[in-house]
Design a protein around this ligand. Structure first.
Ligand code: KG4
Ligand code: ZN
Length: 343
């Protein structure tokens, strides 16, 4: 079989980051550009969907021009875009433009599942994981353990019963008076605190199965913050609370991951999604897992265009003619199929 070399443009607009990248099936990543909307949403303490859509519209074309110029090409051979899950208005911008450009360029489009993008992000690294592996997907919207037998063969072993872990980081950060997005700021503050200063629960770690729950931990932090505020010394214990929360959250994730890896017989674990940028999680899992742990580089843990471009390249068998603007808020990862074998 002759494999055609393809240059795939990846477009990510599911939330508050406009990401564009160009991936070559032979040479790898050629160019990557990102515009973060963090400053726009910070004043509101969270993502405002309408503002997100409008900003994607403003940023997307200039980013695409920049990426094509950097790679010194006029047009790609295929356009991959995030078709869901995410904010529908934001997804529509990426989907609409991807389809419009592909129609103009006369090339096909590949709709990509955002979480499959995260899951495949380590494929951009020099030593990509081989299948099968266990994936810990931890972002602002998801906390999932996925048994990955091959491309498109995903079985959910566990998920969160309430808040996603990124959401727990964001809400805890808010309680501690840190800005949006809270995860990185909380991790930063935790560096100055003692992680055993405040006793917090490790939710679910002794329960059967592999599900997560973070609302109990969040409530426990809220009570600690309230107590400290009543004592008048919240300022002195903020860092301790941040460090103790981070430790509890990370230990919970690691305990469930080790259990799932053990029961599923996995010797490889992939960590992806925004919370995968957490240093403590990266270090501790690597130290405690008796196997290989794979992470995307830091900038490809949070939302980006490169993961969509590489997922699109791996899913070229699913490429379709431009024209069907696909944008779905909800989309189960398990419903995906092996490339070329529509579900
Ligand atoms: O994957 P992502 O960029 O967007 C979603 O698809 O949700 O993940 C964003 C989440 C936010 O909740 C953010 O606070 C969290 O990832 N996050 C972190 C860190 N960096 C980002 N959480 C903990 N530690 C970090 N270093
Ligand atoms: Zn994401």
């Amino acid at each position: 079989m002759i494999r055609r070399l393809m240059k795939v443009l990846g477009i990510e607009t599911s939330c508050d980051e406009t990401g564009v990248a160009l991936f070559d099936t032979e040479a790898g990543l050629l160019a990557d550009a990102l515009h973060s909307q963090v400053d726009l949403h910070a004043v509101y303490g969270g993502v405002v969907p309408e503002i997100a859509s409008r900003d994607h519209l403003r940023r997307l074309l200039p980013l695409i021009r920049r990426v094509l110029a950097e790679a010194a090409i006029d047009r790609p051979d295929a356009v991959a875009y995030t078709a869901g899950p995410g904010l529908v208005g934001a997804l529509m911008v990426g989907s609409g433009l991807a389809n419009g450009l592909a129609r103009a360029w006369g090339c096909p489009v590949v709709p990509v599942h955002h979480m499959e993008g995260h899951l495949l992000a380590p494929m951009l690294e020099e030593e990509p994981p081989a299948f099968p592996f266990l994936a810990l997907l931890v972002s602002g919207g998801h906390s999932m353990l996925i048994a990955v037998r091959g491309l498109g063969e995903y079985e959910q072993m566990g998920t969160t019963l309430d808040d996603a872990v990124g959401e727990a980081f964001d809400k805890t950060a808010k309680l501690l008076g840190l800005g949006y997005p809270g995860g990185p700021a909380l991790a930063q503050l935790a560096e100055d605190g003692a992680d055993d200063a405040v006793e917090l629960p490790r939710p679910m770690v002794n329960r059967d199965g592999f599900d997560f729950s973070f609302s109990g931990l969040k409530t426990a932090v809220m009570l600690e913050v309230r107590k400290a505020a009543e004592r008048g010394d919240l300022e002195n214990v903020r860092a301790d609370i941040a460090a103790s929360f981070q430790r509890a959250a990370v230990e919970t994730l690691i305990a469930r991951t080790l259990k799932a890896a053990g029961e599923g017989g996995f010797s490889r674990v992939v960590v992806a999604g925004g919370v995968g940028a957490n240093k403590r999680l990266r270090q501790d899992l690597k130290a405690r897992f008796d196997g290989d742990v794979f992470y995307p580089r830091m900038q490809f843990c949070t939302d980006n265009g490169a993961m969509i471009a590489v997922a699109g390249a791996l899913r070229l068998a699913d490429a379709v003619d431009a024209g069907n603007i696909r944008a779905q808020a909800r989309w189960s990862l398990e419903s995906l199929a092996v490339p070329g074998k529509a579900a």
